[in-house]
Design a protein around this ligand. Structure first.
Ligand code: DP6
Length: 336
C-alpha cells in the first residue's frame, strides 16, 4: 500500500467591493473585468486532501455529504484535481473532505474559500511548491473568486489580457491589519442553496444582457475609485462605490433573458433600511453577491448601532460580524 500524501488547508471567504461578473474564457476562468475584494476573517473552508493508490476514483465530501459522479460539485472538483495531477505528473486519485463554517452555496463565497483551500492543500500534498502568484492562478481554475482568497486583507484580481491566462491572478493591496476598524456584517436571510449558480448566471448575462458593455465600462471607473478609497482609507468613497457597483451588477442580472433575481423580500428590506440608517447618520453600505444574503459594511464606531437595528429586521435569520482576515494557510489538523 502506498503511503498517503495528505495535507490540509484553511481559506477564508471574500466579499467583492468591485464585483467579477462575466468570463472572457470559460475553460480557463478568465474574467471580463478586474475585481477587488476583502478577505473575511470569520468565514472559512477547512479542506483535507489525500492522494493515494487506494482510490480508484476521486471522492468529494463537503459538509459531511458525499457528492456523486455527475453532480456539478463533483465534476468541478474532479476537473480541478485532474488539472493538478497534470501539473504534478501524477496519476493518483484523491479523497477531498471539506467543511465550511458558514452556509454552503447560499452565496457566501463558499466556492472561493473551498477552491483556495483545495489549491493550497493539493499544492502541499503533491509537493509542488507553487508560490502565491501561481497558487492564485491555480485557485482561479476552480472558481474565479477563489483567486482572491489566497491573500489576506484587501485584494485585487487583475483580469489580464493574455489568452493563456498567465497574467490573470490576484495581488494584495493591503493586509488584514491595514484598516483596523473596518467591519463587515453578514446578514443571512436564507440558508437555502441559491437557485442559479454564479457560473450559469454570469454566462447568461454575457450572452443576453443588452447593457453588459455598460457594466464593463462602469466597473473600470469603480475599480479606480475603490483603489483610491483603500489607499486613502476614505470609507465614504469605498462604501458608496461598493454599493453602487453591487447595484449595477444586479441591474445587469435582472436585464438578462430570462431575468435573474437573487434578492428575496428580506434582502430588499435590508437594502432599504441601510439607506434609511444612513439618513439617520449611521454610515453603512450594503453589498450583495449572487444570493439573497446582504453584507453591510461599516466602521467599528457604528457596529453596535447597526447590530441593534439588524435585530429589529424580521427577515434576518443570523448575523455574523467580521473584519478583514487572513489568506490561505496550511494546517496540521486533518479532517480524516
Ligand atoms: C457575484 O467565482 O463563484 O460573487 O468563476 O464561475 O466559479 P465562477 O464564479 P464565482 O463568481 C463570483 C461572483 C460574485 C462576485 C465576485 O465575487 O466578484
Amino acid at each position: 500500500m502506498q503511503k498517503p500524501i495528505k495535507a490540509s488547508a484553511i481559506a477564508n471567504a471574500n466579499i467583492a467591493l468591485v464585483k467579477y461578473w462575466g468570463k472572457r474564457d470559460k475553460k480557463l476562468i478568465l474574467p471580463n473585468n478586474s475585481s477587488v475584494s476583502v478577505t473575511l476573517k470569520d468565514l472559512h473552508a477547512h479542506t483535507t486532501v489525500d492522494f493515494s493508490k487506494n482510490y480508484d476514483r476521486d471522492i468529494f465530501i463537503l459538509n459531511r455529504r458525499e457528492f456523486r459522479v455527475g453532480t456539478e460539485e463533483y465534476e468541478y472538483t474532479e476537473l480541478f484535481l485532474s488539472l493538478i495531477r497534470k501539473i504534478a505528473k501524477s496519476k493518483l486519485r484523491a479523497k477531498v473532505v471539506s467543511n465550511n463554517n458558514f452556509p454552503t452555496a447560499a452565496g457566501l463565497a463558499s466556492s472561493a474559500a473551498g477552491f483556495a483551500a483545495l489549491a493550497a492543500a493539493t499544492n502541499e500534498a503533491l509537493g509542488l511548491d507553487l508560490n502565491k502568484k501561481k497558487l492564485s492562478m491555480l485557485a482561479r481554475r476552480g472558481s474565479g473568486s477563489a483567486t482572491r482568497s489566497i491573500y489576506s486583507g484587501f485584494v485585487k484580481w487583475r483580469k489580464g489580457k493574455k489568452e493563456d491566462g498567465t497574467d490573470s491572478y490576484a495581488k494584495q493591496i493591503a493586509d488584514a491589519k491595514y484598516w483596523p476598524d473596518f467591519r463587515i456584517i453578514v446578514c443571512i436571510t436564507t440558508k437555502e442553496e441559491k437557485k442559479i449558480k454564479s457560473r450559469a448566471g454570469m454566462a447568461q448575462t454575457v450572452a443576453t444582457c443588452p447593457v453588459y458593455n455598460g457594466w464593463l465600462r462602469a466597473s473600470k471607473d469603480d475599480l479606480k475609485s475603490i483603489e483610491r478609497a483603500i489607499a486613502k482609507k476614505d470609507f465614504t468613497l469605498l462604501g458608496k462605490t461598493a454599493e453602487r457597483n453591487c447595484l449595477k451588477m444586479h441591474a445587469i442580472m435582472m436585464t438578462t433573458t430570462p431575468p435573474i433575481f437573487y434578492f428575496n423580500k428580506p434582502t430588499i428590506d435590508v437594502m432599504q433600511s441601510v439607506l434609511e440608517w444612513r439618513k439617520e447618520g449611521i454610515e453603512c453600505y450594503f453589498s450583495i453577491d449572487a444570493s439573497p444574503q446582504v453584507k453591510i459594511i461599516c466602521l467599528e464606531e457604528n457596529i453596535k448601532k447597526v447590530k441593534e437595528k439588524c435585530k429589529h429586521l424580521k427577515g434576518i435569520k443570523k448575523i455574523i460580524i467580521t473584519k478583514p482576515g487572513e489568506g490561505v494557510r496550511i494546517i496540521k489538523k486533518h479532517l480524516f
